[in-house]
Design a protein around this ligand. Structure first.
Ligand code: HEM
Length: 454
C-alpha cells in the first residue's frame, strides 16, 4: 500500500470519505448567476481574514491618547484612541492601508453581491416551495450583513462616520417604549459616549460575525439537502449514470439535477470565482482610496459636517428619514405612546418591507415543490412587483441624497422633498403598470403559452 493510500485509509476510517465522495459527485447546475452567492461567501471569508489583521491594531476606545504617528497635522495632539489607531493602521502599519481598503471594498462587494443574489433568487422564483426556509434564512443574512457594515462604519470614530452613525442612535431612541433601553444596550446610552465604540466593536467583531457564520451554515446545509434549482431544460439530456451507462434524463424530470459534479468541476469553477474576487478586491484596494479619516478629523461633538451620508446600501433608509414629513408623528390616545416620523421612516417602513420580504414565498405560494427556475418574462405580476421594488429603493436612495440633488438642480431641499416623495409613491406604481402591461402584451403571448406544455 502506498503512503497516499495509507493516508487515505487512515482518514477514511475516521471521516467516512465515501460520504464525501458522494457529495463530490453532486451536480451543480452550470448557471453563471448562481455564482453570486459564492461571491458573497468568498467576500465574507476575506472580510474575516482582513478583519483579524485590523483587530491586532485597532483600539476600541474613545479615551484621549497623544498621537505620535506620521500624519503631521495631528502630531502631538490628543485624539480618541480609536481614531488614532485607524490613522496608525492607515499610515504606519506595513500593508495597513492596503488591508484597510481591502476590508472596506470587501464589505461593499459583500452587500452588493448579497443584493444581486437575492434579486436573482427573486426573479427566477427560486424561493418557491420547498426553498422558502432558505429564503427566510437568506433574508436574516442580508439584515446581518447590513448590521455588520453599519457597526464597522462607526469604528474609526472620525467626524463624518460618527455623525452618520448618530442617525442610527436617534432612530433607536425614537422606538416607542423600548427605544431608550435598546439605545443603552447597543450604543451605551448617549451618543457618542465612552461606551459607544466598545459596544459597536463587540457587535461588529463577535456577535454579528458569529450569527452570520451560524446562519450561513444553515443556508448551506439546506442548499445541499434540497439541491439547486435548475434552469428549464430545452431537451432531454443524456447523462452518465452511476453504473457507468448512459441514461437519458427527461426534460420534465425535476427529481434529477443536471449539472457539473461538485468535485472536481464545480470546485474548479469556484476556485476561479474565488481568485477573481480576490483579484478584483486587490485591484480596488490598490487603486481606490476609502473614507479619508485624516481629512475628516476626529469626532467633534460640537460640530456637524456639511455633508452627512451613510453608505449607499443604507441610503434608502436615510431617504425615508429625509422625505417623511414630521406631521406624520402621532400619539396613541389612552396609552400616550408617541410614534415619531423618525421612527416611522427609520424603522417602521423598513420593518414592514422586511416583513413582506420574509413573507414573500407564502404570498407567491406554490402548493407543489418546484425544482426548475422560472423565466421572469413568464411571471408578469411577480416580475412587476420585483421591478417596482427596485424602483422604490432607488427613489428612496435618491431621497437620501436630496442635498446632492438640490446642488445639482439649483433647487432648495424644501422644494425638492415633496417632489421626491411624490416620485417615491408614484414611481413604483408606474413601474409596476409598465412592466405588467409589457409582459401581458398579447403579441408576446400569455405566460402559459410561452412556457408551453410540449
Ligand atoms: C451572506 C449572505 C449570503 C450568502 C453567502 C449566500 C450564499 C449562497 C450560495 C453560495 C448559494 C448557492 C449558489 C447560488 O444559488 O447562488 C445560495 C443559494 C440560495 N440563497 Fe443565498 N446567500 C446569502 C444570502 C441570501 C439572501 C439574502 C437570500 C434571499 C433572501 C438567499 C436565498 C437563497 C436561496 C433561496 C438559495 C437557493 C437557490 C437555488 O436553489 O436556486 N440567500 N446562497
Amino acid at each position: 500500500m502506498s503512503l497516499a493510500q495509507m493516508l487515505y485509509q487512515w482518514a477514511d476510517d475516521r471521516f467516512d470519505l465515501d460520504d464525501a465522495e458522494e457529495f463530490g459527485g453532486k451536480a451543480f447546475p452550470a448557471e453563471d448567476s448562481f455564482l453570486l452567492g459564492e461571491i458573497a461567501l468568498f467576500c465574507f471569508v476575506m472580510l474575516a481574514l482582513t478583519g483579524i489583521f485590523l483587530g491586532f491594531f485597532f483600539e476600541p476606545s474613545t479615551s484621549a491618547t497623544t498621537y505620535e504617528g506620521s500624519v503631521a497635522k495631528f502630531q502631538g495632539e490628543e485624539l480618541p484612541a480609536a481614531f488614532a489607531s485607524v490613522l496608525q493602521i492607515t499610515y504606519d502599519v506595513p500593508f495597513g492601508m492596503f488591508i484597510r481598503r481591502f476590508h472596506h471594498w470587501a464589505a461593499h462587494l459583500f452587500v452588493a453581491s448579497i443584493g444581486l443574489h437575492m434579486l436573482r433568487v427573486f426573479f427566477t422564483g427560486s424561493y418557491r416551495n420547498p426553498r422558502e426556509p432558505n429564503w427566510i434564512v437568506g433574508t436574516v443574512l442580508a439584515i446581518l450583513a447590513i448590521g455588520a457594515a453599519y457597526t464597522g462604519y462607526a469604528l474609526p470614530f472620525d467626524e463624518f462616520a460618527a455623525t452618520a452613525t448618530g442617525i442610527g442612535f436617534n432612530v433607536t431612541t425614537a422606538i416607542p417604549v423600548v427605544g431608550d433601553i435598546l439605545a443603552k444596550v447597543v450604543f451605551g446610552g448617549s451618543f457618542p459616549s465612552s461606551a459607544t465604540i466598545p459596544r459597536l466593536y463587540f457587535l461588529h467583531v463577535l456577535v454579528i460575525p458569529v450569527l452570520i457564520v451560524a446562519f450561513l451554515a444553515v443556508h448551506m446545509v439546506i442548499l445541499i439537502r434540497q439541491k439547486h434549482t435548475e434552469a428549464q431544460r430545452e431537451d432531454d439530456i443524456a447523462s452518465p449514470a452511476s453504473d457507468g451507462g448512459d441514461r437519458a434524463v427527461d426534460r420534465e424530470d425535476d427529481t434529477v439535477v443536471v449539472g457539473l459534479p461538485a468535485f472536481p468541476n464545480q470546485a474548479a469553477v469556484s476556485a476561479v470565482v474565488f481568485f477573481l474576487t480576490l483579484a478584483t478586491l486587490s485591484l480596488l484596494a490598490g487603486f481606490l482610496p476609502v473614507h479619508n479619516i485624516a481629512a475628516y478629523g476626529p469626532n467633534n461633538p460640537a460640530g456637524t459636517p456639511d455633508l452627512i451620508m451613510p453608505d449607499w446600501f443604507l441610503m434608502w433608509l436615510y431617504g425615508f428619514l429625509k422625505l417623511l414629513p414630521s406631521w406624520l408623528s402621532f400619539t396613541i390616545p389612552v396609552v400616550g405612546i408617541h410614534v415619531s416620523a423618525e421612527f416611522i421612516g427609520g424603522l417602521g417602513i423598513p420593518g414592514l418591507i422586511f416583513l413582506v420580504i420574509f413573507a414573500w414565498p407564502f404570498i407567491d405560494r406554490e402548493e407543489e415543490p418546484v425544482h426548475f427556475t422560472a423565466d421572469p418574462l413568464n411571471r408578469p405580476w411577480q416580475t412587476s412587483v420585483g421591478v417596482s421594488a427596485v424602483v422604490f429603493i432607488m427613489l428612496a436612495s435618491l431621497g437620501g441624497m436630496n442635498n446632492l440633488a438640490a446642488r445639482a438642480t439649483g433647487l432648495s431641499t424644501g422644494t425638492l422633498n415633496p417632489l421626491l416623495l411624490a416620485a417615491l409613491i408614484l414611481g413604483p406604481v408606474l413601474a409596476f403598470g409598465i412592466v405588467y402591461r409589457t409582459l401581458r402584451e398579447p403579441s408576446t403571448g400569455s405566460a402559459g403559452e410561452v412556457l408551453g406544455d410540449d
